[in-house]
Unconditional design. Structure first.
Length: 376
């Protein structure tokens, strides 16, 4: 096990930074967390217990830290890298949480010649923002991508080398402690994949919401007819533009490529629909269903899956507490929970996810004894 971090500085104590602080205070014994942000944000972070100390000076905040986390908007991260590099020890590990990685690791490789910077991106955002929305379980089972920077290493003749593996291991161990699942990628691959699975979906949700709510002459008057599928597809349309502005600009080329693929796909569907035959899109639906079903429902990313149990819960006061209480009494940890469907007036079906098939089987037996309708 790599040596644990004891002094951690978080620059930017909003949703992600505040959640990191809360997770550290809950899970990392003996760690001290310093926050650097606007005074009013720091006061809230102190009240919530996300930080132990509030710093009003950047150099003071990072001096002596084992780990520095830049948890602010991407352009702010880029602007802060030189000042942080000047103020930290060569032995301090520095990381960030920016959603676009190539620009950050390129700049970091200039200012951190010792290879002590590792890019990071927690795939765990929500539509809310600010320290008020922070939660210690935000990173539970979420994929956390690390993108090591390259640096000029004198010991290899000045050529470029990756950040030392010991740094990657140490940061990975820390993030595992917070409940995250770590994946290591090069920055360009991250940005290309993120464009397809995160950035274009955001734009698609915005477009669909604007079509139905503003452009379509009839639908905009009857949005109350929008069912679960529409709400699921447009959930992220609630995100604020100021959160996305830097991402759209800094990952512009990869987003354009992914948008071009999406546009061509929709144009192909339109052309097939014009043929007016009985099954214009059957092969597309079949392929999409197979691809979607190949992604385990219990994975929040591309790592190993969990084991599912499906439980029907009646619509009665306290019944959910009975279900979770029975599992808690047996010391069974629910790794993920999702309400799949609702039978109006009678109840709903929950998907509970567990670490292994053995744990899932034990949970199912306990819940059946409590009278629940369970499927494995």
């Amino acid at each position: 096990m790599a040596r644990a971090f004891k002094t951690i500085t978080i620059i930017g104590v909003g949703l992600i930074g505040g959640s990191l602080g809360l997770a550290v205070k809950r899970r990392v014994k003996g760690a001290t967390v310093t926050g650097f942000d606007a005074p009013q944000v720091l006061r809230k972070a102190l009240r919530r217990g996300a930080i132990d100390t509030a710093a009003t000076n950047l150099a003071t905040a990072v001096s002596g830290a084992d780990l520095v986390i830049l948890a602010c908007p991407t352009k702010k991260i880029l602007s802060l890298l030189p000042a942080v590099a000047r103020s930290v020890s060569p032995h301090t590990l520095v990381t960030d949480v920016g959603s676009v990685k190539a620009a950050i690791v390129r700049r970091a490789s200039i200012f951190f010649p010792n290879g002590n910077f590792i890019g990071g991106h927690p795939m765990a955002g929500i539509e809310l923002s600010g320290i008020e929305a922070a939660h210690p379980l935000l990173f539970e089972n979420a994929v956390y991508v690390l993108t090591p920077a390259r640096f000029s290493a004198k010991r290899v003749g000045g050529s470029l080398a990756w950040a030392p593996q010991r740094h990657v291991k140490r940061l990975s161990d820390f993030l595992h402690t917070l409940g995250a699942r770590v994946m290591v990628l090069d920055a360009q691959t991250h940005d290309s994949v993120a464009a397809a699975v995160s950035h274009v979906p955001q734009l698609t949700a915005v477009a669909l919401m604007n079509v139905a709510g503003a452009r379509h002459p009839q639908a905009r008057k009857y949005l109350q007819l929008a069912a679960g599928g529409f709400r699921d597809l447009t959930r992220i349309a609630s995100s604020r533009y100021d959160v996305w502005q830097d991402i759209l600009q800094l990952n512009n080329s990869e987003i354009e490529r992914a948008l071009a693929l999406m546009t061509r796909e929709l144009q192909r569907y339109r052309a097939r629909l014009r043929k007016r035959n009985n099954r214009p899109l059957q092969s597309d639906f079949t392929r999409a269903r197979k691809l979607r079903n190949a992604i385990p429902r219990t994975m929040k990313g591309f790592l190993h899956s969990l084991s599912d149990v499906y439980v029907f819960v009646q619509d009665k006061p306290g019944v959910l507490a009975i279900m979770t209480g029975a599992l808690a009494k047996a010391k069974i940890n629910i790794k993920d929970m999702e309400l799949l469907k609702i039978r109006e007036g009678s109840g709903g079906t929950f998907r509970l996810a567990f670490d292994s098939a053995d744990v899932a089987g034990k949970a199912a037996r306990i819940l059946r004894k409590k009278g629940f309708e369970v499927e494995e």
